[in-house]
Design a protein around this ligand. Sequence first.
Ligand code: PLP
Length: 374
Amino acid sequence: MSSAVLAYLDHNATSPLRPVAFDAMAEALKAGGNPSSVHRAGRAARGRIDQARRQVAALVGAMPSEVIFTSGGTEANNLAITGTGCQRVLASSVEHDSVLKAAPDVERIPVDSTGVIVLGELERMLAASPVPTLVSVMFANNETGVLQPIAEVVRLARKTGALVHCDAVQGAGKAEVELHGLGVDYLSVSAHKFGGPTGIGALVVRGNAPFVTDRRGGGQEANRRAGTENVAGIAGFGAAASAARNGLDVLALRERLETALLKTAPQAQVFGADAKRLANTVCISMPGVRAETQVMALDLAGVCVSAGAACSSGKVTRSAVLTAMGVDSAVADTAVRISFGWNTEAEDIERLIAAWQDLYIRVQNSDIVRDRAA
Ligand code: PLP
């Protein structure tokens, strides 16, 4: 964002709305109409949904008929975990809570110190029980950007007949994410992570994969998600999906940022640095400075980043992701997440670097500001 007022570097929380998405939404809102109505206003609304379905399908390498619109990534994950009919769910220990809390007894697949799942453990867990099993592994982690070896997960799952769900909420629009290319059965996406509106997403279900919905009501979304569709949200989702098809070209920005911060504070740690990661995400510690302190100081300097996993209450809790990676709790408490998006520019990065360096140097020189994480 090339505004002198704000360097917004929290795209993994939510990305600003793309102008094309705004326009598509405004048009849909002005036009109105219930897509289930047979008159022309209804048919026009249906047309917007059909177009958006094609746009979203194109973004995630799926057929339009495989896209089920939902209220976002959370609902898509919930529906996937509960809708397959599997008795057993294995999920990586760094999944989003909308996966981990979606079933009572989700068994956690451990990750190594880089944040990548331990495939040998998955293999052992799959072999441990013959009951129908769903494996849920995310495409990219929301805090570290670490990518998971989905092709390997699918290969191991297929050996035992298990189904595979992939939460691609942080991957779609940033890297190439394809339902059929990845070979998974279910894929979750959310519009607001790549410039669409909040409150809209999709569960993409491979053609003949089992899926039983828990929504009761009308026959919308081919009987898979009852309720009058959010036409404006869907239209904005589709427009953003089209605009996001080229992914993000931000690797040089990430390299510039990491090099500058590590030069300033050589003891700083970039979490997941040794794994394949999204180019838009940097999770980094500032030695001895708690994440909340950093977030507030950076905010005062006009830079928006986030501390660990900011939950819906706005409270900062210790990152479960870093904990699962075996990061020492005192170090985990000093980690902030910086994430770029479609409108990030070099000057945003320079502004962050200057503010981060300024804070770090002030802390080094002052016992008063010093705020050692216990
Ligand atoms: N999955 C991941 C990996 C996420 O990062 C998020 C949101 O932060 C979600 C799911 C939930 O998506 P939504 O905010 O659309 O409900």
